[in-house]
Design a protein around this ligand. Structure first.
Ligand code: ASP
Ligand code: MG
Length: 419
């Protein structure tokens, strides 16, 4: 449906009755201009956590099928209330659950993947002049059971619905103004980005940017659905997330991310022979522990050191697994460090410009910050450092890459202005 806009409202945007009424006024205004609108909602803020707590008060291991039915009710409540609010404003609206919108998923409860959406009924309702309000986060399995899409999943519902409806745009309304160059709570001159490319957003989401669920960005990229992240409290433009456009003026580095809750494990002096790394990481994979960076140093006399990093939440478990399997690898030493942070710079500009990693390393060294590990992708460089330098590193990099000014205003992309 050309011209159709899908708007997704997050939990804080529909967190109270007044906020629901505010959102309803926004939607009614858009509809008055003759635009077709479809809406996807999250549960009211805190609702999903509250429901989960109730289940866990009863059982340590509630059945995932029942959790899905329980959690899906949160989004039904907000969808129905918003629909009532729209109708009260004289804007004809109809709510739909995951089943009603025909959102079919696989059978994996609490983290289901969308298979397809049969949006015939929704299209008809919109053609008749209704606003359709969809309960996000939920679908129906091929078996016919209620499923949910993983925490933050209504972002993904919204994009999938936008694709199925042939919408021109999917707007994600939240409590921030858009995607920022870095955490504005840490760096006062962090800047809202006008445009972020899908690839960059995927890196940022995997590095812990909570503004969008990573699956949502994957689906948007696959179907080239433009996304706009913006605030439901004001009329600011927000951040457009779209395909690369070589003619656009862009900074070298778009975002600086940090992850504090990281740990490093080192197995010192393991035999330098085939099968050692395979054995270590098989054992961790079997325990469903995901590791992040891996480094192997070959030391003298047929021995090597292997280090890896992971979320501190999984450190104890990983150490237990390593101790249990130590007889296979016979490390001389098993050590861990839970005071590390991962600092990353992300930017499409790295594909076409050299020297960006070097500038990052130089900036850290100018601040006397030691780099413990490095990893890169085509559009990202990450360094592990002592966590007490996290703020210092993020601020220094934000300055070094001139990120407080938009590229058009700077003296060329990310060039330092001469004094
Ligand atoms: N209500 C769900 C959650 O809290 C889904 C969402 O908000 O996107 O994770
Ligand atoms: Mg969310």
């Amino acid at each position: 449906m050309t011209g159709l806009i899908v708007q997704k409202y997050g939990g804080t945007s529909v967190g109270t009755i007044e906020r629901i009424q505010n959102v309803a006024r926004r939607i009614a205004e858009v509809q008055k201009t003759g635009k077709e609108v479809m809406v996807v909602v999250s549960a009211m803020a805190g609702e999903t956590d509250k429901l989960l707590r109730m289940a866990r008060e009863i059982s340590d291991r509630p059945e995932r099928r029942e959790i899905d039915l329980l959690l899906s009710s949160g989004e039904r409540i907000s969808a129905a209330l918003l629909t009532i609010a729209l109708n009260a404003l004289g804007c004809p609206a109809v709510s739909m659950t995951g089943r009603q919108i025909g959102l079919v998923t696989d059978n994996s409860h609490t983290r289901a993947r969308i298979k397809h959406i049969n949006a015939t009924r929704a299209k008809q309702l919109i053609e008749e002049g209704h606003v359709v309000v969809v309960a996000g986060f939920q679908g129906i399995s091929e078996k016919g059971d209620v499923t949910t899409l993983g925490r933050g999943g209504s972002d993904t519902s919204a994009v999938a619905v936008a694709v199925a409806m042939g919408a021109e745009l999917c707007e994600i309304y939240t409590d921030v103004d858009g995607v920022y160059t870095t955490d504005p709570n840490m760096v006062a001159d962090a800047r809202k980005l006008d445009v972020v490319y899908y690839e960059e957003m995927l890196e940022m989401a995997s590095l812990g940017a909570k503004v969008l669920q990573i699956r949502c960005v994957e689906v948007a990229k696959k179907y080239k659905m433009p996304l706009v992240v913006r605030s439901s409290y004001n009329n600011e433009e927000g951040t457009l997330i779209c395909e690369e456009n070589p003619s656009m003026e862009r900074p070298l580095v778009s975002g600086i991310m940090y992850q504090k809750n990281q740990s490093k494990v080192t197995l010192r002096g393991v035999p330098d022979e085939p099968g050692i790394a395979a054995g270590i990481f098989d054992a961790l994979a079997e325990a469903a522990i995901s590791v992040d960076m891996i480094i192997q140093n070959v030391s003298a006399e047929g021995h090597a050191d292997i280090s890896f990093t992971l979320d501190t939440d999984h450190l104890q478990e990983a150490l237990e697994v390593m101790k249990k399997t130590a007889h296979q690898f016979k490390p001389e030493n098993l050590i861990s460090d839970s005071n590390i942070s991962k600092i990353s710079i992300v930017g499409e500009g790295m594909r076409s410009h050299s020297g960006i990693a070097a500038r990052m390393f130089r900036t850290l060294s100018d601040e006397n910050i030691n780099i413990l590990m490095i990893s890169t992708s085509e559009i990202r460089v990450s360094c592990i450092i002592d966590s007490k330098y996290t703020e210092l590193a993020v601020r220094a990099l934000h300055d070094a890459f001139d990120m407080k000014t938009a590229p058009a205003e700077a003296n060329g992309p990310a060039q330092k202005k001469s004094p």
